[in-house]
Design a binder for this molecule. Sequence first.
Ligand SMILES: NC(=O)c1ccc[n+]([C@@H]2O[C@H](COP(=O)([O-])OP(=O)(O)OC[C@H]3O[C@@H](n4cnc5c(N)ncnc54)[C@H](O)[C@@H]3O)[C@@H](O)[C@H]2O)c1
Length: 433
Amino acid sequence: MRMVVLGLGYLGATHAACMAELGHEVLGIEVIPEKRAQLAAGEVPFYEPGLPELLRRHIDSGTLRVSDSYAEAADFADVFFIAVGTPQKKGEYSADLTFVDAAVEELVPLLSRDALILGKSTVPVGTTERLSERVDDLAKDVKVEIAWNPEFLREGYAINDTLHPDRVVLGAFGGGRAEETCREIYQKIIDENTPFLLTDPPTAELVKTSANAFLATKISFINAIAEVCEAAGADVKAIADAIGYDARIGRRFLNAGLGFGGGCLPKDIRAFMARAGELGAAEALSFLREVDNVNMRRRTRMVEVAREVCGGTLLGKRIAILGAAFKPESDDVRDSPALNVAGQIQLQGASVSVYDPRAMENSRRQFPTLDYATSAIEACEAADAVLVLTEWDEFLRLQPSDISPVVRNKNIVDGRLCLNAAAWKKDGWSYRG
Ligand SMILES: NC(=O)c1ccc[n+]([C@@H]2O[C@H](COP(=O)([O-])OP(=O)(O)OC[C@H]3O[C@@H](n4cnc5c(N)ncnc54)[C@H](O)[C@@H]3O)[C@@H](O)[C@H]2O)c1
């Protein structure tokens, strides 16, 4: 089937390449010229394992093309995925839907035959209904249906999550061709016995925001327990292991540490709270404010721990920060806890040297005033404390003997509880988790 993907960021570029992999003919539309040029040349402008190979293969074969022309898009297909960003509004909790609205406003007047728009971006409940009215106003003598088909992929596993998702959710108004078309698009996926859940649009929108709210809550729950553990001298990792054996609880997303960040969870729980407030249901989600608070408190606590291990002040100290991406296997530094901590430590008078295996370019762009090293060992040179803030494999493999010769003081802070504490202590390091 022919289809268009509007917006070629983390979600859209992956979706476009994966749709080509499923055998479809895909045209991707991207507004940023540099991104477009890279993608058209078969290069991925961000780090996502496996995506460069997949993208190149489909660009080379011509099953995936890239353009900036909405006229070309309207001419090319009658199925359109919206994959543009929905960031947090500046100074507000709610989602900024400017990009989603702009895509619809630009596309629909150009359509000269009946079409289906499938939203993949994460949007507040009620968006499909609002856009549906707008689409009716904008469509010229054609029937344009809009439905929401939220995306659950995780960065770092995006291809597998797109090609083999846990479920496909479609929120459609009914009476149109959304269900039939989606079943055709995702036939190979559905044939693997992947659940296909057909709902109305508000339910589909809420499935996505509820999933993210639950995951954020799970992380903040264990981090709240970690605060109590710190006060009581208990071991939060052992608690997570023990409660995680209970199938009703489960061990995943119970890793205490520096908390969540990135381009989704923080802004999605805030947008969810804002939307619930608009709907008069603010009280129902008041606990999410605490989820957010617990999460942000982890960052402040990490700075305090760094200060403590440096003898009570960060002034004039050298701090090595290992990790900048919001999680491993990604170069995404949007709302990165690691960079937030690095920035706060620098503001308290320390010199900070940051190293990340993949996120250096994005970090430099976002925090140009931090110092960056070209390797973990270089970052640790003359350090008074080494902070591991993203659990990259490279840092898990790091041996105390690799950096002992270069640091000034053997202080290590494990912000993700991912290191072998005993090994570091055995080598004479002071270890804080
Ligand atoms: N990144 C993820 O892991 C992930 C997972 C699930 C859902 N989502 C959701 O998907 C959406 C996109 O997220 P992302 O991380 O890919 O963001 P992103 O910022 O990486 O990508 C968005 C892209 O859309 C482009 N764009 C903006 N306006 C456009 C327009 N009018 N026409 C064409 N292109 C346009 C931007 O230039 C950008 O390249 C968000 O709603 C996000 O919450 C993201």
